[in-house]
Design a binder for this molecule. Structure first.
Ligand SMILES: CC(C)(COP(=O)(O)OP(=O)(O)OC[C@H]1O[C@@H](n2cnc3c(N)ncnc32)[C@H](O)[C@@H]1OP(=O)(O)O)[C@@H](O)C(=O)NCCC(=O)NCCS
Length: 206
């Protein structure tokens, strides 16, 4: 375990800093953009308060699990290479504490930054940090089947498919759990086997 204080991360091309209040306007510009929510239009943040609530969840996660939400910017060399300003927020990557001893891995980038490998690079750094800070916690991720880029990111990270269901298609349900009421076909990934209680909690999150 770490001491629970938020800390920055860096990768070859990116700088990740813990989400703070002064980031909220830039993060909201991404989370409030319909283009960011092509796969789940209902998830768009319609007001700043919804984005601010992320800060609260992140702070709680830092306190209880020693990880939370990071804001992603390009590093100086990468920004210079592209001729863009380095301080611009391009996305978020997070490992957030959820029920039954689990973490949720999440990432969301501005559409202008998609397709560059940034999501994989940032999520990989967050996963590594979580393994140091909270090795006892199961890392999970939920993804829509209709979001193949995100599915690919999870698979590249080495997370394994633990459940698939929802939607109208008859997806496989490897654990034998009951299908969810969710209307959208979804998958649940995790870095280790999930027990029944964990799977139920994840399915209930939608
Ligand atoms: C999901 C998201 C983070 C991916 O960002 P990204 O910058 O494209 O991700 P990366 O470049 O790191 O990797 C994407 C991978 O998916 C692949 N991919 C992209 N579009 C694809 C498609 N339509 N079908 C199959 N694979 C696809 C890419 O080739 C790449 O794989 P590779 O590294 O093996 O070449 C980005 O689209 C996003 O922010 N979307 C909105 C928020 C979101 O959906 N978050 C995830 C919620 S679970």
């Amino acid at each position: 375990m770490t001491d629970g204080r938020p800390y920055p991360l860096s990768t070859e091309r990116l700088r990740l800093t813990p989400l703070v209040e002064s980031d909220l306007d830039e993060v909201h510009a991404i989370y409030g953009d319909p283009g960011t929510w092509l796969h789940l239009p209902s998830g768009r943040h319609r007001d700043l308060a919804t984005t601010a609530a992320m800060l609260g969840r992140s702070a709680e996660s830092w306190r209880t699990a020693g990880v939370g939400t990071w804001v992603v910017r390009r590093g100086d060399a990468e920004a210079r290479r592209l001729g863009v300003p380095a301080p611009t927020v391009i996305g978020t990557a997070a490992a957030t504490a959820i029920d039954v001893g689990m973490l949720n891995l999440g990432y969301r980038f501005a559409p202008s930054a998609w397709g560059t490998g940034y999501a994989s690079e940032a999520a990989s750094a967050v996963l590594a940090a979580a393994r140091v800070a909270a090795p006892e916690r199961t890392m999970t991720a939920r993804v829509l089947v209709a979001n193949p880029a995100s599915v690919r990111v999870l698979e590249r990270l080495g997370l394994e498919l633990r459940w698939s269901g929802g939607g109208t298609g008859a997806d496989e349900v490897p654990t034998g759990a009951a299908p969810p009421s969710s209307a959208l076909a979804r998958r649940i990934y995790a870095d280790r086997p999930l027990d029944h209680e964990q799977l139920r909690a994840l399915i209930a999150l939608g």
